[in-house]
Design a protein around this ligand. Structure first.
Ligand code: 1HE
Length: 261
């Protein structure tokens, strides 16, 4: 994958983790159309053997959102298609081939928060702050934020962020559910990579179920959700890998669950 504003590399013992770094630091990793399309292409063509991904930004900020310099010339029809382009790209992140962990620092704003909310796990360092400045720029979210962000923090908090320009700091962001992990300043990437290596060790069907079945089940009425859950459970447990792992536990070869300090 070649794009001037994305650095792609593979890490981990078996090169099982894809690291995708936005390298447009001079523009605070603002997402122009080229970058959005490159992200889409990258997730559509993830190399064989990759089992988890980390997304990070170059410099002190994760992402300043939509590249505002590209916005001003668009009419309504172009705006619609532009938003749908973001949807298609971030859909590939959320429902793509592998779980994605966002390493957050500094600004996670506007479309940057939309990108982060399409990821499966968010790790924020202490410098992180979250905002939806669309409200004050006279626009609206267009990258799937209206669907994904209320699922994380509720519609009331998102409404407040957009109506008042409220900025959440790293601690409050973790408290309300914008990130699942809060780590000291500068530590987000290492923590995200550590988690990605761990996620990559799961049975692929378990990861698939979490990425593709769980969010759909959560949208279904309970009766249908229970049924879909049963289907997914049956498929996952029938895989040879599941049987091996269960035997490993029963024969004392697998790690037990231990209390964390
Ligand atoms: C940009 C952008 C951008 C920075 N588009 N160029 N997003 C926003 O409304 C956030 C706008 N950005 C900011 O509030 C600040 O830049 C930051 C808090 C992210 C960082 O501040 P700082 O002081 O570190 O950097 P800076 O000096 O403001 O910016 C450095 C350069 O990046 C500067 O360009 P330069 O040529 O003068 O050096 C900025 O113009 C440029 N830059 N952010 C374009 N966003 C699918 S719909 C989604 C809708 C949205 O995302 S709306 C929210 C957009």
């Amino acid at each position: 994958m070649q794009h001037p504003d994305i650095h792609f590399e593979r890490l981990g013992e078996k090169q099982e983790v894809a690291v995708i770094r936005l390298t447009r630091g001079a523009k605070r990793n603002a997402l122009n159309d080229g970058l959005i399309l490159a992200l889409r292409d990258l997730f559509e063509n993830m190399p064989e053997g990759v089992r988890a991904a980390v997304i990070a930004g170059e410099g002190p900020h994760f992402c300043a959102g939509l590249d505002l310099s590209e916005l001003k010339e668009r009419d309504a029809g172009q705006g619609l298609h532009h938003s749908r382009m973001w949807h298609a790209a971030l859909e590939r992140v959320q429902y793509g081939p592998v779980p994605v962990i966002a390493a957050l620092q500094g600004a996670v704003v506007g479309g940057g928060l939309e990108l982060a909310s399409a990821c499966h796990i968010r790790v924020a360092d202490a410098s992180t702050f979250y905002a939806l400045p669309e409200g004050s720029r006279g626009i609206f979210v267009g990258g799937g934020g209206a669907v994904r962000i209320p699922k994380l923090i509720g519609a009331a908090r998102m409404t407040d962020m957009m109506l008042t320009g409220r900025v959440y700091n790293a601690q409050d962001g973790e408290r309300i559910g914008l990130a699942q992990y809060l780590v000291p300043e500068g530590a987000a990437f290492d923590k995200a990579l550590e988690l990605a290596v761990r996620v990559a060790q799961n049975a692929p069907l378990t990861n698939y179920a979490l990425m593709h079945a769980l969010p759909r089940i959560a949208e279904q009425p309970a009766d249908q959700g229970f049924f879909t859950e049963a289907m997914m459970a049956a498929i996952a447990q029938s895989a040879p890998e599941a049987k091996t792992r269960l035997n490993d536990f029963l024969e004392g070869r697998a790690a037990k669950v231990r209390k964390q300090d």
